[in-house]
Design a protein around this ligand. Structure first.
Ligand code: SF4
Length: 379
């Protein structure tokens, strides 16, 4: 049996945050949510036949805000996953959540359903900033839910943070990092705010209301990394740190080119060397699933050149980088054979380094990671 990560997408939120371009909808009726959950179950049943030789060893319920889904619907989906797929005993089972959508009862229900990891979108420990970026919760809501999760018995908690928000001073970011680390979550993700097209923040950014301050962005990033390292966290991926042993196994699959199946609206998959993604129109998705029709709207057979590029640029996101032996074995040739000039230039510029058979970004390389990764794209 081969290992597989399973992702299930829930595209619903109480209210859209001003910076968010994820596939999610606000103010949706409970009827539609229930219809969507039934459609997800139909898709799970449809995929069963493709997965007889796989064991699902990570499940990630993402969104949107999966913690909004009524317990009855969520339970049906989880039962369907367990009934239709082989599930590993030591599964890592994550649910994404937002403060204010959790309660003691809900957290107990998650744990009793086998969910053993919870990710909380706190973003900042500052009510003015939370309000400014359009979050529906307060700092107090986060603390309440965090302690409730601990009391319920969650021993694996992630907190998501955002930095480089307009009007966020370095002091405010330092306070957020300080406050979060004091809580000792097992995992911390920290992303810099991006102005994504189609969002209210993008409009304000393009109208010239704000400019990007790269220097401040990098200062905030390295403040977080250095603080986390000092506190014993492993900075294992560009934007993620964990207490040793609590690195997110599911997300590591994306960065290690391992297989995963995405279920739900707009979900992506990488399975049997095919990349595919689902319908993005909510009504069509529900209708197709009800008619037992295929919801995949894009299917692509990866070529060797795609595999090589993806292996390198996803692998370089990990701070330990890519294993050169794995590369040789997978692609029957060394990385230097494929990219002699690029490797040479990057090594001599101290953008990457090779240590103990691993090739990784240097700290200096992390600051320009996208441009380094783009050098490994084979057209
Ligand atoms: S809660 Fe998350 S998914 Fe929902 S709108 Fe905000 S950032 Fe986007």
């Amino acid at each position: 049996m081969k290992p597989l990560g399973l992702y299930v997408h829930f595209p619903f939120c109480i209210k859209k945050c001003h910076y968010c371009d994820f596939l999610s909808f606000e103010k949706i009726s409970y009827e539609i949510i229930a219809d969507y959950c039934n459609a997800v179950i139909k898709e799970i049943e449809k995929r069963k036949q493709d997965l007889n030789d796989y064991t699902v060893d990570t499940i990630f319920l993402g969104g949107g805000t999966p913690s909004l889904i009524p317990e009855e619907s969520l339970e049906k989906i989880i039962v369907s996953i367990y009934n239709n797929f082989h599930i590993a005993n030591d599964i890592e089972f994550t649910i994404e959540s937002n403060p204010k959508t959790l309660s003691k009862e809900k957290l107990d229900f998650f744990l009793s359903s086998g969910i053993n990891r919870i990710s909380m979108g706190v973003q900042a420990l500052d009510d003015t900033l939370l309000n400014f970026i359009g979050r529906v919760h307060s700092v107090q809501d986060f603390y309440k839910n965090y302690y409730e999760a601990r009391e319920a018995g969650f021993r694996n908690i992630n907190t998501d943070l955002i930095f480089a928000i307009p009007n966020q001073s370095m002091k405010k970011w330092q306070d957020t990092m300080e406050g979060i680390i004091e809580l000792k979550p097992e995992h911390i993700s920290f992303y810099s705010l991006k102005y994504e097209e189609g969002t209210p923040f993008y409009e304000r950014y393009s109208s010239g209301e704000w400019t990007e301050n790269d220097e401040e962005d990098r200062n905030m990033y390295w403040h977080a990394v250095n603080k986390l390292r000092r506190k014993g966290y492993i900075h294992y991926e560009i934007s993620n740190a964990a207490v040793p042993g609590y690195e997110c196994r599911h997300n590591l699959k994306y960065w290690s080119m391992e297989e995963y199946l995405g279920i739900g609206l707009g979900a992506h998959s990488y399975l049997r060397n095919l990349r595919f993604s689902n319908e993005r129109d909510l009504n069509k998705y529900i209708q197709n699933a009800n008619n037992m029709e295929d919801n995949r709207i894009w299917i692509y057979q990866n070529k060797i050149k795609d595999d090589i590029s993806e292996f390198i640029f996803t692998g370089l996101r990990k701070r330990k980088g890519i294993c050169l032996n794995d590369f040789n074995e997978r692609f029957k040739g060394s990385i230097e054979q494929f990219f002699p000039k690029e490797i040479d230039n990057l090594l001599s510029g101290n953008w990457i380094e090779i240590k103990e058979n691993q090739m990784m970004l240097t700290d200096r390389g992390v600051d320009v990671s996208n441009s380094i990764m783009s050098k490994f794209i084979i057209l």
